[in-house]
Structures are given as C-alpha cells and as structure tokens.
Design a protein around this ligand. Structure first.
Ligand code: GDP
Ligand code: MG
Length: 597
C-alpha cells in the first residue's frame, strides 16, 4: 500500500463509553470479521479484561476499506483506558496520526476523556470528536457537545454522532478517518526506524514485538538492533494483526504490525524503544523513550510457607508477560519468606494478585501497599525506598521525598465542597476548578500519591453517588515531613509492622495499629507492652493485662470430647503463632495491622 493510502489511528475514551463496541463495528464494517464469528468485544481477549471491562493489553488490527474507488489500509490501535497504564497509552498514541475521541452522549465528558484527549493533543494527533450511544433515549447530545467545547476546546461543528451498538453513523465516521487523519510521513528510502509500542510473549515464537514502522523497511532475515540496549536479533517472522497474527513479506514506512526474532525474554524489549537495521543503522532513535517505573509496592507472601518456590516460579512466568512488574525476595519476622513486588498502580497490583491466585492456585497474603520514596542522605547520596525496611536511621536522613500526582476530578457541581474537604484532609494542594456546565465541574489538585492509592476513588464514588470520576498523573518527588513508625512488642521491634507515615499522622496511626494488635494477641502470664515509636521516641502505647491463673481452668472442666476438640484447636492455632521475644503473636495480627487503613 502506498503511504498516502494508510491511516493509523486509535480510539480514546473514558471506561464504558463504548470503545470496544466501536472497535467491533470497525471490524464488521470492513468485513474483517463476520457477525457470526465475532465474539462480543473481539479485541478484549483476556478473561480478566472482559470481566473488568477494561483494556489492559493493546490489540492492534489492520483493516482494509474501499473509499472513493481506492483501497485504504487502516490500522486501529487499541489503547488501555486505565490510569495505571498511562505510559502505554502515550506510546500507542505515538504510533498513530489520529485519534477518535469517543464520548458517551449521556454520561458526557469524564476524567479519562480529558486525560486521554490531552495526551493525544500533546502527541500532535488529529482528533476526531465522536458522540457515542446516540440511540439512547436519554442521550443529551447538545449538552455533551458544549462540555467538549468547554473542557477540550473542540469545535462543535466537527463532532460526529454514532451508535457503536447499531452501526448508525459509521459511514460518516469511516469517511472522517480517511479524510481528516493525515497519512503517515516517513520515507522507505531512509534506514529502518520502528517504534516498539507493545509486546507479548509467545511460548513458541518468543517475544512478539508490536511495531509502527516510521522509516525504512522490515523483512524476514534482516538483522535488527534495539537502539536502547544495543541487542541484535535476526528477524524470523513479520506480519500484521488481522486480527489474528498473519504473516507478510515485509512492513514499510507508515505501516503497523509485528515481528518475531527468537527473543527469549521480554526484558530485552522495552516499550518505547526504537528498532533499526543492524547493518545500516539510523543515526538517532525516535524521541520519547521513558522507563516505566513501578510506583506502588507491597509484599506478597504464600500463606503456606511450602509454596515459596512455586510462588517464585509463578512470578517469573508472570514477568515474562509483563515487564513493568518487578519482584525481589524478602524475609519478614511475621510473615516468613516472600517477595517485595512493584506495580504501576493499584489496579495493576490487583490484576497481578488475581492472576497469580487463578493461574497457580497459591493462597497469598498481600501486605499493605506503599509508594516509592526517595531519601537524600547526609552524605549526599539519594536512595530509593520500596518499603519501611529500607529506610535508613533518622540521623542519616537529610530529606525524605514522596511522589506527588496531579489528580483531576469530574464532578456534579453540588459535590465540590465535600471533595475539596477530602483533598485538604489528604494533604492536597488546590490547583484549579473549571465549570463545564452549571452542573458539572472539573477540579484539579496536587496530592501525595500515598494519599490517593488506598481509598480516594471509593470515597469519591460514595460522595458523588457514582457520578464523579478521577484520573491522576505522576508529576515528581517532593520533600515532606515523613517518618518511619516502628511497632514494639514487649520491647522488640517488629519489622513487618513498620509503616512510613506523615509525622502529623504518626500518633493517630500508631494508636490504631496498637489497638488492633491488642485485640489479636492473647493474654500472657505477664503484662505485654505494645508501643509505637519514631526512632527512640514512643508516640503511643497499649498494655495487654496479664492472665489471671484460674480463668482457663474453668473451661476445661466439661466432658472429654469437648476438651479434645479444644486441645486440637489450640494445637492448630499454635502452628501459626510467631514468637516475638517472650510473646506469642498470631499470624492474623500481622494481617489485621497491614490491612488497616
Ligand atoms: P469500553 O469500556 O469503552 O470498551 O466500552 P464498551 O464497548 O465495553 O461498552 C460499554 C457498554 O456500553 C456496553 O454495555 C455496550 O454494550 C454499551 N454500548 C456501547 N456503545 C453503545 C451504543 O452506541 N449504544 C448503546 N445503547 N450502548 C452502547
Ligand atoms: Mg473495552
């Protein structure tokens, strides 16, 4: 296909605004799939995605469509819709010249509509604004178009109206894709430059690298180089997604497809990297490569210690398919052997835990999540901290820094006061508000990521009765008055119970943890002291009163079967007790504390 007959585009939308349904409509309209062979939402193939209705992996598809007597090659690149995968969204946008901005004609502009539209504008894409679900009787197209104009400076005259469900308006949309989106620019004469915008691991073929060819050509047998790592491979297969992997001879400048090259691990393939010809390399890689860094960490422990090796294998398998996930062995006093795992965000964390439990049948305990911190030490070095156990002694710390995010909310105007209060309580800094209409408002705050990850989303949903949405973006590290809060059980510091908190919250948090512990630990023959401390300073304390000698004697007086049952139960319980100094702490105590918040 000559480049002037190629169009590369994606669909961006808030969750549930109809992206998958519209993608299916494109497959039908171009005859790529027949109605009967089309499973609902053919592009969302992973089970977990289907259940959650989100797109985690980006599936591209190449479509052919005849318009004005010419056959066009249309490459539709699906993008993930969730905030955890922002970086992947920006990479897939870089593979396109245009974007369909899809907005539900009833729900209107939402937080991810705004976030994704701005990403697309920053990437200089031609935007085709589209109102979806106009078949709904409650659709309010005029209002929603006004919101799009207000929030995104979209020209109302450019907005198309479709129903992805019934196919209404699809002809006009196909025409707009071809007429409004510019064809790709690159040159076949130049040395190869291909943007890696995604990949997956195939047991037989090795890594399948998803590429957009910017310049030059890519063929079987060609020796290629990944410019960031310098690693070289010989291409074994080149193809397009139609939507299944379909071999072809070559891919040329402007086209989208995949290649394989017996690459054994995803670690060699970085999203955002540039692939060039090893014999005739390009002078410069494509701009914009950035290492995606895990932002949220938590410990993952097998409930049964014997499952440790199985868990290690399962994590290694998972890593093959998800290079943004990280893990490292760690040992905890309370929980035994496990791994400290890094995730892009809370949804990513949940997805991985579910996948592990589902695919390898290991019961897991997940510790409370924490964000990544940076510490400037007095000796001038900067260390990255993935958990409380990595925090150096207070005396060595010059500056404690935490990650800050810019959070955008889209809300009913009546809830603005309550959400502003919530943000202030969470150490947020007000940035701006903007009314999209008298009834809907956009609110922007800068806030510590640590204050966002636990339950901000749930709080927003409950305050706004489900009508508020939010999205956030990492903006950098900032110094804050943070401390490591230690928990002492009868004078012994217990690592698994330490937390990193803002100094102003240390006392309250310490008291809450001690209270939970007090309820979990049985009485002993002596009084058990529980303390929360910052360094050597005690900020909260609780005592567990000693056992009175004859209290238990009474309950063993009954009949023998009841007695046996009790003994058996006690024996079972014993296995899960951890000895901390002279005190026996049940395993559940660790979980109760870690899960609290
Ligand atoms: P996604 O999260 O953006 O991929 O959204 P989906 O394509 O999964 O659609 C979300 C829901 O909206 C599904 O129940 C769809 O059937 C429904 N939907 C999508 N497009 C339309 C439409 O044009 N009209 C109506 N009535 N429902 C639609
Ligand atoms: Mg979808």
């Amino acid at each position: 296909t000559p480049t002037f007959q190629i169009r590369n585009f994606c669909i961006i939308a808030h969750i549930d605004h109809g992206k998958s349904t519209l993608a299916d409509q494109f497959l039908l309209k171009t005859g790529t799939l027949q109605e009967r062979e089309m499973r609902e939402q053919a592009l969302d193939s992973m089970d977990l995605e289907r259940e959650r209705g989100i797109t985690i992996r980006m599936h591209p598809v190449t479509l052919y469509y005849t318009y004005g007597g010419r056959e066009y090659e249309l490459n539709l690149i699906d993008t993930p819709g969730h905030v955890d995968f922002h970086y992947e969204v920006s990479r897939s946008l870089a593979a396109c010249e245009g974007a369909i901005l899809l907005v539900d004609a009833f729900q209107g502009v939402q937080a991810q509509t705004v976030a994704n539209a701005f990403l697309a504008m920053e990437a200089n894409l031609k935007i085709i604004p589209v109102l979806n679900k106009i078949d709904l009787p409650q659709a309010r197209p005029e209002h929603v178009i006004a919101e799009m104009e207000q929030a995104l400076l979209i020209d109302p005259a450019e907005v198309l109206r479709v129903s992805a469900k019934t196919g209404l308006g699809m002809d006009e949309l196909m025409a707009a894709v071809i007429e409004r989106i510019p064809p790709p620019q690159g040159s076949v004469e130049q040395p190869l430059r291909a943007l890696v915008y995604n990949s997956h691991f195939d047991t037989y073929k090795g890594v399948v690298v998803y590429v957009r060819i910017m310049d030059g050509q890519l063929r079987v047998g060609q020796k290629v180089r990944f410019m960031r790592t310098g690693r070289e491979f010989v291409v074994t297969e080149v193809g397009r997604f139609r939507p299944g992997m379909t071999r072809c001879e070559e891919l040329s400048a402007g086209e989208v497809g995949y290649f394989t090259a017996n690459i054994k691990t995803l670690e060699y393939v970085n999203i955002g990297d540039t692939v060039t010809d090893a014999l005739c390399p390009a002078a410069e890689p494509l701009p914009g490569y950035k290492e995606p860094k895990p932002m949220v960490f938590s410990g993952l422990y097998p409930v049964n210690n014997d499952d440790f090796e199985d868990l290690r294998e399962a994590l290694a398998r998972l890593k093959l398919n998800d290079s943004s996930f990280t893990y490292q062995p760690e040992v905890s006093d309370g929980l035994g052997f496990g791994f400290r795992c890094g995730f892009l965000g809370m949804l990513h964390r949940e997805i991985i835990q579910q996948r592990l439990e589902r695919e390898c049948d290991i019961e897991l305990v997940q510790t409370a999540p924490n964000v990544t911190y940076e510490i400037l030490k007095r000796d001038g070095t900067v260390v990255t901290v993935h958990g409380p156990q990595d925090v150096p002694d207070a005396g060595q710390i010059q500056e404690f820094r935490e990650p800050i995010v810019r959070v955008s909310f889209l809300l009913p105007a009546e809830n603005i006061g309550a959400i502003m209060q919530l943000c202030t309580d969470r150490r947020g800094t007000f940035v701006r508000t903007e009314y999209l209409s008298p009834k809907r408002v956009m609110l922007v705050y800068e806030m510590p990521l640590a204050e966002v990850i636990y339950d901000l989303y749930d709080k927003l949903k409950s305050i706004t009765h489900g009508y508020g949405t939010m999205d956030y973006e990492f903006i950098g590290f900032r110094a804050a008055d943070l401390v490591k809060l230690d928990i002492l059980v009868h004078g012994n510091r217990v690592d698994a119970l330490s937390v990193i908190v803002h100094r102003s919250q240390a006392e309250r948090r310490g008291r809450a943890i001690l209270k939970k512990l007090r309820d979990q630990i049985d009485r002993h023959l002596f009084e058990v002291a529980l303390q929360a401390a910052i360094g050597s300073r005690i900020v909260a304390r609780e005592n567990i009163a000693p056992l009175r000698k004859n209290v238990t004697a009474k309950c063993y007086g009954g009949d023998i079967t009841r007695k046996r049952k009790l003994w058996a139960k006690q024996a079972e319980g014993k296995k899960r007790l951890k000895q901390i100094g002279k005190v026996e702490v049940p395993q559940e105590a660790f979980l109760a504390v870690l899960e609290q918040e």
